[in-house]
Design a protein around this ligand. Structure first.
Ligand code: UD1
Length: 338
């Protein structure tokens, strides 16, 4: 079977490509390298000893998607492509709506034209919004998002739900990610943010290696055990295995199904900092700052549906996540740039 990874040169795409290739799937990666690079794909090939069919193209370009799908005849499309910086989405909402929604439309149109009918979508826990209490369950009504990035995910889920009604052959799996961190244990692939990281773990790693002076913890006056926010951090290799299970599930699947990909275990910002320091024996200087606008105090998954239906559950511990993030950072202080 052949799997088409739109945006497959990125953080989650490369880890998923490794799992797919190691399990006998053929992989096509299409990426415009807006937030990734060909070196990441070269390392996927190095880790697996297998070749990837690699295309440089903008996923918004419907004709290019159609051409590549006609040439490669994939069985399933996984859609990782998209802009994902929450703060930037507030500054540039139109760019976010245009880019993210166009990528989904162009993939669906190309699939319809070529006759590809399995689609797996990278969604986010952000679609539950502030109204629902954690742990989030898939059958909860979606909530109000706090930023345009979140709304694009919510809207793309709606587009996919409407598409399965009109195209009965179509099978869609929505994967709602919680907070992916960590890296492949080889240290050859990992998260490579451009500029100042928005997310916690890349920031912690860059402080530990001396590229940033100190971490600011955004608020310690939340109603949580240590006052800092709680999140469901999930190792990116566990997340990649979740995609493998979703691919197997989607083979005989029609309609639309949604799964949380999280561990179900909340950890605080201080848990991350303390575990990182402990397992890696490296100091992480931090200070307490004000709350960040839009942050929810608590966000974690009820992960039971993925276990029951996909036969998947996250196995790696917080210590594994912190160790592998540091291993990647240490061996690639400038990411993929040599
Ligand atoms: C956010 C988005 C989520 C998106 C994800 C990946 C929301 C509500 N959440 O998740 O949809 O998929 O980014 O881009 O829109 N923190 C600090 N200091 C820092 C950085 C983070 O204290 O320098 C804290 C945050 O306050 C938060 C936790 O660390 O409590 C995790 O933050 P982050 O990694 O940015 O992820 P989320 O905000 O949970």
């Amino acid at each position: 079977m052949k799997i088409f990874l739109a945006g497959g040169a990125g953080y989650i795409g490369t880890h998923t490509a490794v799992e797919l290739l190691n399990n006998g799937y053929e992989v096509v990666i299409v990426d415009d390298y807006a937030n990734s690079c060909p070196e990441a794909v070269a390392r996927v090939e190095e880790l697996t000893g297998k070749k990837v069919a690699l295309y440089e193209a903008d996923v918004q370009d419907e004709q290019a998607m159609e051409r590549i799908m006609r040439a490669e005849k994939p069985d399933t499309v996984i859609h990782f492509a998209g802009l994902k910086a929450v703060g930037e989405s507030v500054q540039q909402p139109l760019r976010y709506y245009r880019n993210n929604i166009n990528t989904t439309l162009s993939l669906l149109e190309a699939m319809e034209a070529v006759g590809v009918d399995k689609f797996i979508f990278s969604s986010s826990a952000t679609v539950y919004g502030a109204q629902n209490p954690s742990p989030y369950k898939e059958d909860m009504p979606k909530g109000l998002c706090t930023n345009p990035y979140g709304w694009t995910k919510s809207m793309m889920e709606q587009i996919l739900a409407d598409a399965v009604v009109a195209y009965p052959r179509l099978g869609v799996v929505l994967l709602r990610y919680f907070n992916p961190i960590g890296a492949h244990e080889s240290g050859r692939i990992g998260e490579d943010p451009q500029g100042i990281p928005n997310n916690l773990m890349p920031y912690v790693s860059q402080v530990a290696i001396g590229q940033r002076q100190e971490l600011t913890i955004f608020g310690n006056d939340y109603d949580t055990p240590d006052g800092t926010c709680l999140r469901d951090y999930i190792h990116v290799v566990d997340l990649a295995e979740g995609h493998l299970k979703a691919v197997e599930f989607s083979e005989n699947h029609q309609g639309i199904d949604v799964f949380n990909l999280g561990t179900g275990k909340p950890y605080s910002v201080l848990d991350i900092v303390n575990t990182f320091q402990e397992v890696n024996q490296v100091p992480v200087k931090y200070t307490i700052g004000p709350r960040r606008a839009g942050d929810l105090p608590i966000c974690y998954a009820d992960a039971s549906k993925a276990k029951a239906v996909l036969g998947w559950e996250a196995k790696k511990t917080l210590a594994d996540m912190c160790r592998d993030s540091w291993n990647w950072q240490k061996h690639n202080p400038k990411g993929y740039r040599k």
